[in-house]
Design a protein around this ligand. Structure first.
Ligand SMILES: [Zn+2]
Length: 298
């Protein structure tokens, strides 16, 4: 399984073999922030001023750095993405694959960047920048965003493309009468007993986006250094591109530069509904982490 050391080595190699000023500057910034893959709006403004490049040009140039966060034991195909938030922050993302697990557990790079932004509290995504053309699954996933109508896709070979030019005659949340969509604030009111890690899982579940099943759920991972990393459930009008809470939590841990710190507990908090993430979460936790899931029924 690729490790944090692999990610650091890949980033260093990209930097060594590149004469791009932007790559060098972003690499130094990532090192300074312990490889946390969020580039603050202020830092991006400095990059724009120093290089004369636009936000989109900067994001395209740093895609090889984003792709370093890829975990691709199945495909060995490294996809990097940058989601540009309404705040001006850049959120890196990369495909996350899990060996010995079902294909359905795979996180695509665009999903990775979007889930990363969502967990960081971003309110909308303006631009998606990615090193390969988005697959059908990701086009559908992005159609769930509150910014889907205005979202621009930028690829190395083609920029400023509206999402809907890739997804004509789209099916989406509006067809199912959902008005409050992904990245719009969600607040459920579940509560339960338990320590800080359990409370973190419940708090995360209370922000879940589950308008189709109401199966709100959230995962909290306790790391051995005491940090807690969370992931919420994100649903999709087409159902299958939905993301499970443990996928989002593991993605968040990787993009936060914390994949070298072992996980000691996995807590899943879930409202009792027509769907359950219990079995799929247990399967990934047991296979990938060797841990038993603590289940909190809400
Ligand atoms: Zn995809």
């Amino acid at each position: 399984m690729p490790t944090h050391q692999d990610i650091m080595q890949r980033l260093a190699r990209v930097c060594e073999t590149s004469d791009s000023k932007v790559i060098h500057k972003v690499y130094e910034q990532l090192k300074q922030q312990h490889y946390r893959g969020i580039l603050p709006a202020k830092f991006i403004q400095q990059c724009e001023a120093e290089t004369g490049l636009s936000k989109v040009q900067i994001s395209l140039e740093i895609l090889p750095l984003a792709a370093c966060y890829s975990l691709a034991p199945v495909s060995n195909f490294y996809v990097g993405a940058v989601a540009i938030g309404k705040s001006g922050n850049f959120y890196l993302g990369a495909n996350q694959e899990f060996a010995h697990e079902a294909m359905a557990q795979t996180v695509h790079a665009e999903q990775s960047a979007i889930a990363h932004a969502l967990m960081a509290g971003e309110t909308a995504i303006n631009d998606m920048v990615v090193n390969y053309t988005p697959c059908g699954h990701c086009r559908q996933f992005m159609n769930e965003l509150n910014s889907a109508k205005e979202l621009k896709i930028h690829l190395p070979h083609s920029q400023n493309n509206p999402l809907h030019s890739y997804l004509p005659d789209a099916f989406g949340p509006k067809d199912l009468n959902i008005e409050k969509v992904l990245f719009d604030p969600q607040q459920h009111n579940c509560s339960g007993q338990g320590d800080d890690v359990i409370q973190a899982a419940i708090k995360t579940a209370n922000k879940a986006y589950a308008p189709y099943s109401q199966a709100i759920s959230g995962v909290a991972l306790l790391l051995e250094n005491g940090e807690i990393v969370c992931g919420q459930y994100v649903e999709n009008a087409a159902f299958n591109p939905s993301m499970q809470p443990l996928q989002i939590a593991l993605n968040n841990r990787c993009l936060s530069g914390l994949s070298n710190i072992a996980i000691s507990r996995v807590v899943l908090a879930e409202k009792q509904a027509i769907l359950s993430h219990r079995k799929i979460t247990e399967a990934l936790a047991e296979q990938h982490l060797g841990l038993t899931v603590e289940y909190i029924a809400l």
